[in-house]
Design a protein around this ligand. Sequence first.
Ligand SMILES: Cc1cc2nc3c(=O)[nH]c(=O)nc-3n(C[C@H](O)[C@H](O)[C@H](O)COP(=O)(O)OP(=O)(O)OC[C@H]3O[C@@H](n4cnc5c(N)ncnc54)[C@H](O)[C@@H]3O)c2cc1C
Length: 420
Amino acid sequence: MVERTGSDAAAVAVVGAGIVGLASAVFLQRGGARVTVFDALPPGGGASFGNAGLLSVESCVPIALPGMLRQVPGWLSDPLGPLAVDPRYVVKALPWLLAWVRAGRMEKVLTASAALRALHSPGLEQYRALLGPAHFHDLIRTSGQVHVWEGETVSHEERISRELLERHGVVSEALGPHELRQLIPEISPAVSRAAFLPKNGHTVNPRRLVETLAALLSEAGGALRHERVMKLLPQADADLRVVTNSGDHRFAKLVVAGGAWSKQLLAPLGVRLPLETERGYHAVVRNPSFELRIPVLHKTRAFAATPMEGGLRFAGTVEIAGLERPMNEKRAEAVLRQGRALFPSLRGEEVSIWMGYRPSLPDSVPVIDEVAAHPGLFIACGHGHTGMTAGAATGRLVSELVLGRPPVIDPAPYRLARFH
Ligand SMILES: Cc1cc2nc3c(=O)[nH]c(=O)nc-3n(C[C@H](O)[C@H](O)[C@H](O)COP(=O)(O)OP(=O)(O)OC[C@H]3O[C@@H](n4cnc5c(N)ncnc54)[C@H](O)[C@@H]3O)c2cc1C
């Protein structure tokens, strides 16, 4: 029997209880919608669980950059390096990899960079609005980030990144060796250059942040259903039918915020989304022997070290291997080795590891849009490496699009049509 969870105009379903889905759900609810969130996992059980927690509101550099292709063979030659492509998955990933290479052309990079800047820069302000002052203070730190490099040579990629940051007026202060070691005495002597980005922040616990949103939603009367959505069926009367493993519901409007799994939910509706997962890993050292006061992003080795409630978290690496292949714990161990090399005096033996699925589009820019062929069906996914950063601002934009209110940020750069 079809359960009419609510086919009135105010009933909105959100598929996915990650940062994007729940931020959207809470903003939708505040705007007057009756919201039901579907997820088979507990809130924050996807990519939003184990990320590095960096709220990099100043970041506006897409992953694909001109000249990147030259670096790929070097990366691939090291199976535990910053990028790995599973040989058994290459054929499947090829269209995405080619689109990624094309996205690295300078004119496309400039467009993507402007889109990321617009979505990321209001990030902290939107988290403040979303969480309220007490939860914001509890979960988020606004003490900046330190970016570090090894070697004196400025790479081609670094030069382009710098140009993009300058173009968007990003504040970055160079740190001399003395200043760096005053701030982080434990840092390795291998680090030769550093910059402080004062406007960036981090969360001390990404999972708890998402759980807090789930609690805010429930307290205000929203529903969280632990159901896996099997299929979305648009109906002749314009309702959207949501068939799950244990129910059949109807809604006037629906937001797909299913992270890396969004593509398979949307494909039967004729929506072609060039979404691939960039799998990433973390290792957390519990009870570390020193307290890192500020997150460090190691730009040369492409990983982050973030002080979190559960310990010191090292996170990074990109593995292109799809949604089915088992995790490769050696990649988490490699991230840990990099972390220990960055802080040679680090002690703390108890370590937990994790693998998660970044939902990535080739140009690093998410899709936040209504599907033209199915009015009432919205997409919010593809945030890749910066979904925590963009979560709150995305939720705000989603709520404005769904509720038909004037959007605070221009939605044009996030349209699905850019891929077709
Ligand atoms: C190692 C690593 C480090 C990272 N570091 C950072 C960082 O420092 N800063 C940053 O900004 N970002 C970071 N990210 C990226 C960030 O974690 C993601 O972009 C973000 O979490 C994506 O959020 P999401 O809500 O779209 O997806 P998810 O959190 O994956 O949520 C999607 C949810 O949809 C649910 N779902 C999917 N299909 C269905 C279905 N059919 N039925 C019901 N439910 C469904 C899933 O169960 C899941 O819970 C990192 C990612 C990784 C892997």
